[in-house]
Design a protein. Structure first.
Length: 106
């Protein structure tokens, strides 16, 4: 149930044009401080997880490990995307709250 809520919010965020995806695009926008939350798939490679954890910590960007590559890719309408960056502060806060077990507003 929580999984579907998060994926639904990611889908809405995609339609609003408030995401970026892929390792290179996300890395660039994290460094430029244009991403509020990075979501990395649980089944991404250990190297990808470590790299994004390091980059996010260095740039004070929130990071969550959630879902699978297949689930995240389907939510944004792409194939084989292990990393998604959320640009909207509101969407980022809501997604992070749900992933961490909080309540959804509305």
């Amino acid at each position: 149930m929580i999984n579907n809520r998060v994926l639904g919010l990611i889908g809405l965020c995609t339609k609003a044009g408030k995401i970026c995806f892929g390792t290179d695009a996300c890395t660039d926008l994290i460094i430029k401080k244009k991403i509020e939350l990075v979501i990395v798939a649980n089944d991404a490679s250990d190297r990808t997880k470590r790299n994004f954890e390091f980059i996010c910590n260095k740039n004070n960007t929130k990071i969550c490990f959630f879902g699978t590559i297949e689930n995240l890719s389907k939510a944004i309408g792409k194939n084989n995307k292990a990393v998604i960056g959320i640009k909207s502060k509101d969407f980022a806060n809501q997604i992070e709250k749900i992933i961490n077990g909080g309540e959804i507003i509305g």
